[in-house]
Design a protein around this ligand. Structure first.
Ligand SMILES: [Mn+2]
Length: 250
């Protein structure tokens, strides 16, 4: 059974505060949408094991410290298949760590407007801006990034970045996949801390999602309920449902 855990966390370096409120908002909006997906042939969500939300982990020191606090707070029964509700993108580091224990050949599909490939950000090696660099070292560059449209000169990733949404490239992966969805990957989702114009349409997202053959764990991060209208909650809740359905055995 799929496990769901909310990680209400954000760091001192986050530009616009509020992403720690996302788990509560997604759950609230999720109660108001249908369990069946019109995008996945009417498939209906099965029951999942809800591990609840951790208490707020709001860090004013360094990211490594925040990671340790998240690790200490994780329930022992968190193992694949699972879906983490962030929180900022640092959450993915913990998610990949756990999925890797079970699947050493894990690949990571990374949907994001940003590369998050900095070595350091504001003097810190562990944050939403460095998380994919850290993950690339854990999975030996077995990452596919898609939706990226903002890149700092110092970001020199050694993994593959798709210039277009290519579901077939995702479908070529036979290995187990960890999916991380940074909500700023979407072109029409204003409720994020670091908005970038352009990006994936919801339909692009759905076809990419369907392209993933063996999803084993996922996270949805960087939704900031304070950054835009309440309707963003419904959008995020539908993304949550679609990712849960993708994790559900087909
Ligand atoms: Mn990100």
């Amino acid at each position: 059974m799929i496990r769901v855990l909310g990680l209400p966390t954000e760091g001192k370096e986050n530009f616009l505060k509020g992403v720690a409120l996302a788990p509560a908002f997604v759950r609230w909006a999720f109660a108001g949408i249908e369990d069946a997906s019109p995008y996945q042939g009417g498939r209906v969500l099965e029951e999942f094991e809800d591990l609840g939300d951790l208490p707020f982990i709001l860090e004013e020191t360094d990211g490594r410290n925040r990671l340790d606090r998240i690790r200490e707070a994780l329930p022992e029964n968190l193992r694949p298949p699972f879906l983490l509700l962030g929180g900022d993108h640092l959450v993915s580091l913990v998610g990949v760590e756990i999925a890797l224990r079970r699947f050493p050949d894990l690949w990571v599909v990374h949907m994001d407007a940003h590369l998050d490939a900095r070595r350091q950000y504001m003097g810190d090696a562990f944050s939403h801006a460095t998380v994919m660099y850290q993950i690339s070292r854990m999975v030996n560059n077995r990452i596919l990034s898609v939706g990226v449209r903002s890149r700092a000169p110092e970001e020199t990733p050694s993994w593959e970045i798709l210039s277009e949404p290519e579901p077939d490239r995702l479908a070529s992966l036979q290995a187990p996949v960890y999916l991380t969805v940074d909500m700023d990957v979407f072109s029409d989702f204003p409720c994020v801390s670091n908005y970038e114009p352009g990006g994936l349409s919801f339909r692009d997202f759905l076809s990419l999602l369907k392209g993933i053959r063996r999803p084993v764990a996922a996270d949805i991060v960087e939704y900031n309920p304070l950054a835009g209208p309440p309707s963003c909650g419904a959008f995020a809740a539908v993304v949550f449902r679609e990712v849960l359905l993708a994790l559900q055995e087909r």
